[in-house]
Design a protein around this ligand. Sequence first.
Ligand code: 5GP
Length: 178
Amino acid sequence: MLNDLASVMFDEAALAAKCREMGQELTRDYEGKDLLVVGILKGSVMFFADLVRQINVPLNIDFMVASSYGSGTETSGKVNIKKDLDADIKGRHVLLVEDIIDSGVTMSCLMAELAKREPASIRLCALLSKPSRRQVDVQIDYCGFEVPDEFLVGYGLDYAEKYRNLPVIGVLKREIYS
Ligand code: 5GP
C-alpha cells in the first residue's frame, strides 16, 4: 500500500506527537466542563481515537456521518447528513473532530445545523486544513497541520474507501486516481 504514495507527509511519530500536543491544549480548555466530542465519520476515526485518549477530562463521545464527497477527489459542494447524533447537545460543550477542512462547505453547513440546537459552545478541531482550497470561511479552533493542495490518504483519509488503514498520511500517486 505504501507503494501507492508519491510521498509521506506525516509519519506515525508526527501524528502521535500532534495528538499529544492537541490533547494537552484541549485538557486545559475543557477542564471542569461537560464535554461531548463528536467524530465526523469515517475520515476522522483514527485521529478521533488517538485524540480522545489524550484529553484528560471525563467526556462523552458521539458520531455523525456527513459527507460532501462521492468516490472522486473533488467536493460536490453539498453536505449530506447520513447519521445524526444520538445525544441532545442543548447546553453542552461540543467539540467536532474532523479529518480535513478543504473547501469548508461540509463543516460550515454542519456547524450551522448544530448551532440551532443551542449547545453551550461548539468548537472545531481538525487534524488537517487546506487553506488554499477554502470556499467558505470556517473557524478552526484547534488545527493540527496546514497542508498544500494535494490529495492525501491514510490515517482515516480514503480514496474510493481504500487506504484509510494506512498508519501514515501521504500524497496518493496521481496515476491511481486520474
Ligand atoms: P470540504 O467540505 O471541506 O471541502 O470537505 C471536507 C471533506 O472532504 C473531508 O472530511 C474529507 O472527507 C474530504 N477531503 C478533502 N480533502 C481531502 C483529501 O486530500 N483527501 C481525502 N481523502 N479526502 C479529502
